[in-house]
Design a binder for this molecule. Structure first.
Ligand code: C2E
Ligand code: CA
Ligand code: CA
Length: 371
């Protein structure tokens, strides 16, 4: 059986990889050309998958599981001995957690890195296990309360931890390429949902999707969006991407290029959380956003008569002058609503109208049209 497994693992062996048997039932594999620690999860999963395939010896079908411990040079040891010792420790921990698992060695098992490491592993697993779902929050005309569009907000229901806030896992996903997989997942599910609503005979409205600049800059993003729209037969004008200023600032030119391509096919763009970051006027001018969303922190203080109120009024004035659609987000109270009506903010989003809701609820809203 060991021979069979070794034979299977040989397919991972290239001139940069060494495979060895280091104990009775212990194998070690050394990858000397990994670019980044992020490659480990995939690699570990691939190794486990190979090992777990059925093995037939004579007339017997055998199934084995494995536990993998990972150590990384020079972080977890400067020589082979130290690296093997630490990989071994991590492997034991993997065994404790449950067979068929992997663990990265970490000297700080109780620290933040350990938590975020678990969160990251959880995230990856969540995509496989279908633990994500999407809620939708309507944006309505301030005066008539007619639904104008809806925002898609991702949710994660973890089997042990319960509901994990996107504010906790999105930043982490952004650090790894998981944000791209997650983003693709959201785009696909939104298109699918729109198709379902359409098939139910509902008159659909545009959906806005929060997108990270990292995802926007992924090669082939535009084509991918186009393909997904085609696949579900959705007109591009039904999709709006919400981006934040801080996310575009680092790669302005690139982002602008991708945005222009998407606008050409009919997708629109909103600038999210306006007022919190740089709030640069030249960004407003150069990027030609269709929509400006005033951040909820301003709206929550809009009735305080202080500086925040002055800023909110100026943002509204500016957006009107630039011919942009303005949406106030996080509207909770009647006073806030009255203020926004008085200053002619055309659209609102917030608990006063509706919390983010499940697709069935949104279907009811779409039937009513006015909230
Ligand atoms: P955001 O884009 O600013 O989304 C608005 C947030 O405000 C949502 O929080 C929403 O539930 C919340 N909200 C809506 N109305 C009210 C209100 O009246 N009062 C208050 N206090 N809050 C309100 P949520 O869903 O926790 O999302 C947090 C952030 O996570 C989002 O902020 C967005 O930046 C990010 N996010 C959510 N879904 C996605 C996604 O699919 N992709 C990406 N890249 N980011 C996402
Ligand atoms: Ca948003
Ligand atoms: Ca926002």
């Amino acid at each position: 059986m060991l021979q069979r497994i070794a034979k299977r693992l040989k397919k991972f062996v290239t001139p940069n990889v060494i495979l060895a048997r280091v104990g009775e039932d212990e194998l070690a594999i050394c990858f000397s050309s990994l670019e980044h620690i992020n490659e480990c999860p995939n690699l570990a999963a691939a190794l486990l998958q190979e090992i777990e395939k059925e093995i037939t010896i004579d007339d017997f079908s055998l199934y084995v599981t494995a536990s993998i411990g990972i150590s990384i040079y020079p972080h977890d040891g400067e020589d082979a001995k130290m690296l093997l010792t630490n990989a071994n420790l991590a492997m034991r921990r993997a065994k404790e957690v449950g067979r068929s698992d992997w663990q990265l060695y970490s000297p700080l098992m109780d620290s933040e890195t350990y938590k975020s490491y678990h969160l990251e592993k959880g995230l990856r697993n969540a995509l496989l296990q279908d633990e994500f779902f999407i809620e939708y929050q309507p944006k309505v005309h301030t005066n008539s309360r007619e639904i104008d569009s809806i925002e898609a907000l991702i949710r994660w229901n973890h089997p042990e931890w319960g509901r994990v806030s996107p504010e906790d896992f999105i930043p982490l996903a952004e650090e790894t390429h998981l944000i791209i997989e997650l983003g693709d997942w959201v785009i696909q599910h939104v298109c699918k949902q729109l198709q379902q609503w359409k098939n139910q005979g509902l008159q659909i409205v545009p959906v806005s999707i929060n997108v990270s600049s990292k995802h926007l800059l992924k090669r082939g993003f535009v084509e991918h969006v186009q393909q997904t729209l085609d696949r579900y037969n959705i007109d591009p004008s039904f999709i709006e991407f919400e981006v934040t200023e801080s996310s575009i600032i680092q790669y302005e030119e690139h982002v602008k290029k991708v945005m222009d391509e998407l606008k050409k096919i009919g997708v629109t763009f909103a600038l999210d959380d306006f007022g919190t970051g740089f709030s640069s006027l030249s960004h407003l001018k150069d990027f030609e956003f269709n929509t400006l969303k005033i951040d909820k922190t301003f709206i929550q203080h809009a009735t305080d008569k202080g500086k925040q109120q002055a800023i909110t009024k100026s943002i509204l004035y500016l957006a009107h002058a630039l011919n942009m659609k303005v949406i106030a987000e996080g509207v909770e109270t009647k006073e806030q609503l009255a203020f926004l009506q008085k200053h002619e903010c055309s659209f609102i989003q917030g608990y006063i109208v509706s919390q983010p809701a499940a697709p069935q609820k949104i279907a009811e809203y779409l039937k009513k049209r006015f909230l």
